[in-house]
Design a protein around this ligand. Structure first.
Ligand code: TUI
Length: 315
């Protein structure tokens, strides 16, 4: 059964699932697999050099004829060049993270690119709507990587009340139950990151997939609060060292210690000193499986939950 929403019609996709555009993690293989499965895959540009991103975009085009996206990480120093590449390559959609995409909004929109900023607050969502964003992704602090302060449970309904454009829920969603919950809060789709780290097509180091599979409910922590850029990661030696520096408010030392550590994890498989960005749902990820199975299972289970809630009173 297909679940048509304002998100599926906006993007011309079958299922209202956006794969989170995780840096050093969401490369062309995973992105194409999610798009081919009827969701939408999103390349994580992160700090990727422009030439590498061009290769990723072109590989995605070779591997799928369905829409896909690129996540623009707005803290990256060469973001102007990245935006120009996305324009030149006519990427169908972008999500943005870690800042306001205001400066780039009109150029992206004029090129016919769908723009879906990730927002941690109602204020930013309203600004994005006023600038012409096609939708917003509200990301709760259950998410992995760079996060805001609000939970998905409280952010999502407040965004739905505050803006007219479609709202997609993110953070803490890894299965059909979470997806049905997002719909209950008024979202028209979900963004899923952590669960796709353990997709077969995800090219991260196998030791990092193993760390996600091993994670228990309280195994993530938020590091780097003193820097103004809090980041949720799986606990490891690096996380403990950063937390110690956090207590001493040594923001500059944290920035220096953190540099290059996401690649050290995802590419090189260093589970001790790499930055193991992952969401609180890491503990709910139990197997490595094809991305298409993740999408199909989430859709099947979300629909089953919604049918059950629709037909039976709460016991
Ligand atoms: O962007 C993410 N998650 C990320 S980005 C990333 S790379 C990184 N590495 C080290 C430090 C910082 C980033 C890893 N994970 N998610 C989307 C997201 N965006 N979450 C929160 C925000 C956000 C925060 C503040 C968006 C806008 C914002 O606005 C500030 C402003 O300008 O008003």
């Amino acid at each position: 059964m297909a679940l048509r929403t304002r998100l599926t019609s906006l993007l011309g996709i079958e299922h209202p699932i956006i794969q989170g555009g995780m840096a050093w993690t969401a490369t062309a293989e995973l992105v194409a697999a999610v798009s081919n499965a009827g969701g939408i895959g999103v390349i994580g540009a992160g700090h990727m050099p422009t030439d590498n991103l061009r290769v990723q975009i072109r590989n995605a085009k070779l591997l799928t004829d369905k829409p896909f996206g690129v996540n623009l990480m707005l803290l990256t120093p060469h973001i102007d060049e990245i935006v120009q590449l996305v324009l030149d390559e006519h990427v169908p959609m972008v999500t943005t993270g870690a800042g306001s995409p205001g400066k780039y909004m009109s150029a992206l929109m004029e090129a016919g690119i769908k723009v879906i900023p990730i927002v941690p607050s109602v204020a930013l969502a309203k600004r994005m709507e006023a600038m012409g964003a096609d939708a917003v992704i509200g990301e709760g602090m259950e998410a992995g990587g760079h996060i805001g302060d609000l939970t998905t449970m409280v952010l999502t309904p407040q965004l739905v009340d505050a803006v007219e454009i479609p709202v997609i829920a993110a953070g803490g969603i890894a299965d059909g139950r979470g997806m049905a919950a997002a719909f209950a809060l008024g979202a028209v789709g979900v963004q899923v990151g952590t669960r796709f780290m353990c997709a077969e097509e995800c090219t991260i180091h196998p030791d990092i997939k193993a760390a996600v599979l091993k994670a228990k409910d309280r195994d993530t922590v938020v590091t780097g609060r003193s820097t103004g850029h809090p980041v949720r990661v799986l606990k490891n030696k690096l996380a403990r060292e950063i937390m110690e520096l956090d207590r001493e408010n040594k923001a500059e030392e944290i920035e220096a210690l953190g540099a290059g550590k996401l690649a050290l994890a995802m590419r090189d498989g260093d589970t001790a000193m790499g930055s193991l960005m992952a969401g609180q749902v890491a503990s709910m990820v139990c197997r490595i499986e094809p991305a298409a199975d993740i999408v199909a299972e989430m859709m099947r289970d979300a629909e089953a939950v919604m049918r059950r809630l629709g037909s039976t009173p709460a016991a």
